[in-house]
Design a protein around this ligand. Structure first.
Ligand code: ATP
Length: 309
């Protein structure tokens, strides 16, 4: 039996370019791995089977569309294993369809867990390449820490960070579809007369002030530099998020932003105590389902000695 712990991500910068001819958007995406995470346990089995526990378990598909199952099959195919056998159990803490790349995290965890269970010893660079085939957010879940993602987000450059930053994540009821949020972003740009193609919207670039704040370990400077080009689209599709963001700001957050494509909202706190107080205030605000204090950056997917009880 092999258990892998894997982090969720928040995008501390999500710069979205115009739509490319292939339908994707160019991104300047600064990923930040947080301790809020899933655990995936691989045990020997017949074929590839799945189970899932956690508050959002009912929303997780247990068929071949699950990224953990796809990861197991992809790794087996890469090594020419005709008849892979594994049962994958997902202990899910990352909100589903919440903009924190939970499915991608499980894909990364399954790659690592199956690699260990099957004794394949796949080089890390190969695991990263397989991860990129599974989806643009999967390589970062293997890498962890903080990294700049270019292209669709899959070309990763690790970034220097000092110290630990404290966060609170406010979980909404129900998810948002990432493709729908990108479409809404394009629609809002068209409506504003900006155009939505790659020819209309300048290529996004990493913000030097944000990179300096991360390198200096300065939460106040990071708070001032947080940006998410998908935020307006997520709030347009889910107007109640405006109240969640406001509740966190009024309760003392250094900054509030939608996490990725939402609807989870992320709040930066000045320290661990402030994060605990902020999470309690958000839980009683009536503007979210629950709120979790956490911290980061943390490493990417890692084998742990035993699953959490
Ligand atoms: P991202 O931020 O990468 O766009 P997300 O965090 O918004 O993603 P996920 O939790 O990854 O969203 O789920 C998106 C959809 O992917 C779900 O609605 C579900 O149908 C599907 N899915 C596939 N595998 C998983 C998985 N292991 N866990 C959760 N959802 C999964």
């Amino acid at each position: 039996m092999v258990t892998v712990r894997v982090p969720a991500k928040v995008n501390v910068q999500l710069g979205v370019g115009g739509v490319r001819p292939d339908g994707y958007h160019d991104l300047a995406n600064v990923f930040f791995a947080v301790a809020l995470g899933d655990q995936v346990t691989a045990t020997p089995g017949e074929g590839v089977t799945l189970s899932c526990t956690g508050p959002d378990a009912a929303a997780v598909p247990l068929d071949d569309s699950n990224l953990a199952a796809r990861a197991a099959r992809l790794l087996a195919a890469h090594h020419g294993l005709a008849d892979p056998g594994v049962h994958l159990h997902i202990d899910k803490a990352i909100p589903v369809a919440g903009g924190m790349a939970g499915g991608s995290a499980d894909g990364a965890a399954a790659l690592l867990a199956c690699d260990a269970l099957w004794g394949l010893d796949t080089p890390f660079e190969t695991l990263l390449a397989l991860a990129a085939e599974l989806g643009s957010d999967v390589p970062f879940a293997l890498l962890g820490g903080v990294a700049l993602g270019r292209g669709r987000g899959e070309l990763l450059e690790p970034l220097p960070v000092t110290g630990i930053f404290h966060w609170v994540f406010a979980v909404a009821d129900g998810g948002l579809s990432t493709p729908a949020v990108y479409r809404e972003c394009d629609r809002l740009r068209e409506e504003a007369g900006l155009g939505s193609s790659a020819a209309d919207i300048p290529d996004p670039d990493a913000d030097p002030a944000l990179l300096a704040a991360l390198a200096a370990g300065d939460p106040v400077a990071l708070a001032a530099a947080l940006t998410n080009d998908l935020q307006a689209a997520a709030v347009s599709l889910r107007p109640s998020l405006a109240a969640t963001l406001r509740a966190g700001t009024e309760a003392g957050a250094l900054a509030a932003l939608v996490s990725g494509s939402g609807p989870t909202c992320a709040f930066l706190a000045k320290d661990a105590d402030a994060a605990t107080t902020l999470a309690a205030a958000l839980r009683t605000s009536g503007t979210c389902r629950t709120a979790h204090p956490t911290h980061g950056p943390v490493p990417g997917a890692q084998v742990v000695s035993a699953p959490r009880p």
